[in-house]
Design a protein around this ligand. Structure first.
Ligand SMILES: NC(=O)c1ccc[n+]([C@@H]2O[C@H](COP(=O)([O-])OP(=O)(O)OC[C@H]3O[C@@H](n4cnc5c(N)ncnc54)[C@H](OP(=O)(O)O)[C@@H]3O)[C@@H](O)[C@H]2O)c1
Length: 258
């Protein structure tokens, strides 16, 4: 098994952003890549995002981590989704069972693909704390190496239930919705309010939120999504130390109004 840690780093999510817009994907991925972003999360559920991502990563696959998903109750359809991913990406570094859909049925063939070297790690995702009991059961099988859950100052259920279990089992944690799907950015703090965080490499409110998530040492990868090359650059920079201590994390929570 590869070493547990994938980070702490900032990656790039692809839900609801460039879809099948290959040129936009290229510009966003290029900007993120130039700023150090190397991990990219996608899914067959995100329209044509996988295809656009593959085109944008062409020639850079040795230096990138693709975390994508299998999203179907049918193992046969899942294997077809995987065959397409292999055509697009050559190999899948992190293959996740999306929303726990038929996870017990998918695991045997995913494990065979990992054995064959076409998958690096097998993971599982869910966005809804109401289903964390089932997510805990999946992790307790000790057959997953990554888990993806929401985490931001307003969505902290994973801290109680999923993060401790992941740390205990040596499972890497990917954070979806680190910016609350953009909702946490609508009324950001002023430059003055961010001043105490500047010494920690934080210039902007999105960077503060990303560092907040990554400063929990049980978290590996935050995957903000964006359609903007400038935002991709700004976000990637937040994946570098120094990290926030408890007081600075408290401050970010207060600034978020949580
Ligand atoms: N949401 C879910 O339920 C879910 C489920 C499974 C997996 N995921 C994965 O997690 C990824 C991230 O979650 P998410 O896309 O739901 O939400 P998110 O990353 O928390 O927020 C995305 C929003 O933030 C804005 N944004 C990003 N960087 C910004 C910046 N520097 N400045 C200003 N605005 C910025 C984007 O708008 P701009 O385009 O204007 O930058 C976009 O509207 C997904 O793309 C997907 O890969 C999500």
């Amino acid at each position: 098994m590869e070493e547990r840690r994938l980070g702490p780093v900032v990656g790039l999510g692809t839900w609801n952003t460039f879809g099948g817009d290959d040129e936009l994907a290229r510009r966003v991925v290029n900007a993120g890549f130039a700023a150090g972003c190397r991990s990219f999360d996608s899914s067959p559920m995100y329209g044509e995002a996988e295809r656009s991502l593959a085109i944008a990563l062409d020639g850079r696959r040795d230096d990138s981590i693709v975390a994508t998903k299998i999203w179907t109750p049918s193992t046969r359809d899942g294997q077809e989704q995987f065959a397409r991913q292999i055509e697009l990406f050559g190999r899948v570094e992190v293959e996740q069972v999306h929303n726990l859909v038929s996870w017990e049925e998918h695991l045997p063939w995913l494990e065979a693909e990992r054995e064959a070297g076409r998958i690096g790690r097998i993971g599982v995702t869910h966005y809804d704390p109401g289903v964390f009991g089932e997510l805990e059961r999946a992790l307790a099988s000790e057959r997953f190496e990554t888990v993806q859950v929401p985490l931001n100052p307003f969505e902290r259920e994973a801290e109680e239930r999923i993060l401790p279990l992941a740390a205990e089992l040596g499972v890497a944690v990917l954070v979806m919705r680190p910016l609350g799907q953009g909702a946490l950015l609508r009324r950001g703090p002023s430059a003055e309010e961010l001043e105490p965080l500047r010494g920690l490499g934080i210039e902007t409110w999105p960077q503060a939120l990303l560092k907040w998530a990554l400063s929990d040492d049980r978290v590996d990868l935050a995957i903000p999504a964006t359609r903007s090359p400038d935002h991709a650059r700004e976000n990637a920079v937040a994946g570098e130390p120094p990290w926030l201590g408890p007081d600075e994390r408290d401050l970010v929570e207060r600034l978020a109004g949580a």
